[in-house]
Write a protein that binds this ligand. Structure first.
Ligand SMILES: Nc1ncnc2c1ncn2[C@@H]1O[C@H](COP(=O)(O)OP(=O)(O)O)[C@@H](O)[C@H]1O
Ligand SMILES: [Mg+2]
Length: 191
């Protein structure tokens, strides 16, 4: 029983009937359904993962890059649906244009502002909106894993053949950051 609200579970609190929900996707940690009102429910295998993801989404509340959360109980989180297209699929169709590249730099800048320890994100967890702004769907280890540059993001962009395009935009927009990142990318064998 949730002491604060008096509800036994989220299904009761949010009036959720899974028969009315649409399956959206499944990952390592959980399964995600679209609710009739446009929000989503993510059901986790482990309560621990649910709690850590919820605490990240709580900490970034108000950031335009993350879905708003409405509540969590046990192994569920209710949050906003994120539309748009996964960055991976977007790049496969369009390549990496300057605007999206700039928004990727801004996303990492936002991570710094939010005091993330992990300045990194995978392409599959970024969704490109119609106006080319970006949203993150699945934040993990943001405050716990030390990563001073976008290693996995760069690896992903490299696989898609657009790491050079991305770094060229970084070089023009943020020369100091370019020096730092390229140094670390060479060190880790990605460049
Ligand atoms: N906020 C969201 N909006 C739209 N689709 C989502 C959202 N969150 C997750 N999904 C879909 O559900 C899948 C699994 O969710 P994800 O959060 O990545 O789970 P896991 O932590 O298990 O990796 C995603 O790959 C995506 O297709
Ligand atoms: Mg995932």
């Amino acid at each position: 029983m949730d002491k604060k609200s008096g509800y036994k579970n989220l299904a009761e609190k949010f009036n959720i009937d899974l028969r009315e929900c649409k399956f959206l996707g499944e990952g390592h940690n959980g399964i995600v359904y679209l609710l009739p009102d446009g929000k989503i429910i993510k059901i986790f295998k482990k309560i621990k993962n649910c709690e850590s993801e919820y605490s990240i989404l709580e900490a970034v509340r108000g950031s335009k890059y993350f879905p708003k959360v409405y509540g969590s109980m046990g192994n569920y989180i209710i949050r906003d649906y994120v539309g748009g297209e996964c960055l991976k699929d977007y790049i496969k169709r369009n390549g990496l244009d300057k605007k999206v590249a700039k928004n990727l730099i801004n996303l990492i800048e936002e991570f710094k502002k939010l005091n993330f320890k992990k300045l990194d994100i995978r392409c599959k967890d970024i969704y490109v909106q119609k106006d080319k702004s970006l949203m993150v769907i699945d934040p993990k280890y943001s405050f716990t894993r030390e990563k001073s540059f976008p290693k996995h993001l760069s690896k992903g962009l490299s696989k898609l053949g657009v790491l050079g395009d991305f770094l060229e935009v970084v070089r023009i927009e943020k020369p100091q950051v370019y020096e730092e990142w390229t140094g670390k990318l060479i060190e880790s064998g990605i460049l």
